[in-house]
Design a protein around this ligand. Structure first.
Ligand code: KIV
Ligand code: NA
Length: 265
């Protein structure tokens, strides 16, 4: 294997090879995801929902993100590890943003950070990039702004928001981001963005006209089961399968079937 770098991703786009990306928040899952050949592992702030059970991504802290990221980094051999800067760790000013990004890089050993937003956080992104830290952008449905949007429905359906999104994507490319995530926007718009910039566009609910795809690993494995947006393809039904296995364990303990003669000393 050869380690994936931000450069390899840009080359993959140039060569027309699609990029695969999944989330991971812990060592064991990251080991599986890395071994399976996923190009990019995102330590997403979706850990706030998936790991901690919060309703939104807002409560997760920088310290908690660093804990998740360092666990993931210890598992990987090939994948590029990108870590979300959590809500409240970069919005005040660009110095705070840089300090947060530096903490993630130093304390977790990750390879890059991701920030939600375009022109509003341009100075912060530039400052992080100037420190030599690769930045992935994130536009469209940006969950840290859920209380501004008021709903998790598709973004940029109207011309004005679509034009702003295209301009923001171009801005992110111009200032030096190595890739950008587009979340839950019309497929035609996402394709247009992918065709108008040379850095990779990774979509989630953004159709097939982009340069790569990302999903939350617990969603695609069916470990979560109350979340079923149209864009989610479930490759397993682990919630059900794990439930069956664990119920079987409970009944084996109750019936004294477990442990048997071979399962003891
Ligand atoms: O936190 C996350 O999982 C994400 C992806 C859905 C892009 O930001
Ligand atoms: Na995120």
């Amino acid at each position: 294997y050869k380690r994936i770098t931000t450069k390899s991703l840009i080359e993959m786009k140039a060569n027309g090879e699609k990029i695969s990306m999944l989330t991971a928040y812990d060592y064991t899952m990251a080991k599986i995801v890395d071994t399976a050949g996923v190009d990019v592992i995102l330590v997403g702030d979706s850990a706030s929902n998936v790991m901690a059970g919060h309703e939104t991504t807002l409560p997760i802290t920088l310290d908690q993100m660093i804990y998740h990221a360092s666990s993931v980094v210890r598992a990987i051999q090939r994948s590029l590890v990108v870590v979300d800067l959590p809500f409240g760790s970069y919005q005040s000013d660009s110095k705070e943003a840089l300090r947060s990004a530096i903490r993630i890089m130093k304390e977790s050993g990750a390879h890059a950070v991701k920030l939600e937003g375009g022109r509003e956080i341009k100075d912060s992104i530039k400052k992080i990039l100037h420190a030599g830290i690769p930045v992935m952008g994130h536009l469209g449905l940006t969950p840290q702004s859920i209380y501004k949007f008021g709903t998790y429905t598709v973004r940029a359906k109207e011309e004005e928001e679509a034009e702003k999104l295209i301009d923001d994507a171009k801005l992110l490319e111009r200032i030096g981001c190595f890739a950008v995530v587009l979340e839950k926007i019309p497929a035609a718009l996402a394709k247009r963005v992918a065709e108008s910039i040379s850095i990779p566009v990774i979509g989630i609910g953004a159709g097939g006209g982009v340069d790569g795809q990302v999903l939350v690993v617990h969603d695609m494995l069916g470990m979560t089961h109350e979340f079923s947006p149209r864009f989610l393809r479930r490759y397993m039904n682990l919630f059900e399968d794990m439930n069956i296995a664990i119920s079987q364990y409970v009944s084996d303990v109750k019936s004294t079937d477990f442990p048997n003669e071979q399962e003891q000393y």
